[in-house]
Design a protein around this ligand. Structure first.
Ligand code: PGA
Length: 289
């Protein structure tokens, strides 16, 4: 197995590009094929230009496929050092108990660690919010992630109505302040928390925020984080854009100052288009961030 450099010596990742498979695909063979193709495409990209090794590339997979995908990811890493990161799409905030159908932070930690993966979890995706999760629930999950040692990606974003009535910034601020209530800046930084800005109107619709709209929202998010957690933590936080990102629009979005990556739904279901987005990280930025 290739031994990764220690965190003291390793250059820090410059961008976070993650696929969110959502409730896809529909069979184990398809999930295994997608995982293999994604790792293969990532390996080829890094072989072509090793600088892409500084981009954190991962996938949030459905729980039921975790053992199958995890085995592929682990064996590829052991074989040639290609590291596809792994996460899950939601979790419960309790550690165990009578919560039929739910998955606890401790279970996630144990299962992801078994595949050598940093336990990573998406929290507050707008599709979960549409199913009833609110800011208070998101906050409980964020606090649980830190308590049990998970790396959280917290999703925020405004609806079409909120944007059209000019309340985008206030909605984002409320989601950040409530979702991160009582979060300690050191815990936030230590677990390399990512904020995913995903305008609800752009998710799965083919509509994408313009690069100016996205960058303005990200700058606002960074400002609120600076106020809540301090300028240093805010400046180091990776803020992803999500919402119909694809290889065609990724170069212009990823070239913006405050956009540090992408959370990719539809386009992550094809390894070629997903890794095409990784390839769109401006090479000049790898190393500058
Ligand atoms: P999309 O989804 O890329 O299909 O718009 C993004 C997301 O929901 O994370």
């Amino acid at each position: 197995m290739n031994t990764p450099a220690t965190s003291a010596t390793a250059p820090q990742p410059t961008h976070e590009i993650w696929g969110n498979w959502k409730m896809n695909p529909t069979s184990v063979p398809e999930a295994e094929a997608l995982a293999r193709e994604t790792v293969d495409a990532l390996r080829s990209l890094i072989a072509e230009d090793p600088r892409f090794g500084r981009v954190n590339v991962g996938v949030f997979v459905p729980y039921i496929f975790l053992p199958f995908v995890g085995a592929i990811v682990k064996s590829q890493y052991e074989e040639d050092g290609t590291r596809l990161l792994l996460g899950v799409q939601t979790m419960h905030y309790n550690d165990k108990g009578a919560f039929t159908g739910e998955t606890s932070p401790l279970m996630i930690k144990s299962a992801l660690s078994a595949f050598g993966a940093t336990p990573t979890v998406l929290i507050g995706h707008s599709e979960r919010r549409q199913m009833g999760e609110n800011d208070v629930c998101v906050n409980k999950k964020m606090l649980a992630a830190y308590k049990y040692g998970l790396r959280p990606f917290m999703c925020i974003g405004e609806t079409k109505e909120e944007r059209s009535t000019g309340s985008t910034n206030s909605v984002l601020e409320r989601q950040l302040r409530m979702g991160l209530a009582d979060v300690n800046p050191e815990e936030f930084a230590k677990h390399k928390t990512v904020i995913a800005y995903e305008p609800v109107w752009a998710i799965g619709t083919g509509l994408t925020a313009t690069r100016e709209q996205a960058n303005d929202a990200h700058e606002h998010v960074r400002g609120v984080l600076a106020d809540m957690l301090g300028i240093e933590v805010a400046s180091q936080t990776k803020i992803q854009y999500g919402g119909s990102m694809k290889p065609e629009n990724a170069p212009e979005l990823l070239s913006m100052e405050h956009i540090d990556g992408g959370l990719i739904g539809g386009a992550a279901l094809s390894a070629q288009s997903f890794i095409g987005i990784v390839k769109a990280v401006p090479q000049v930025l790898i190393g500058l961030k």
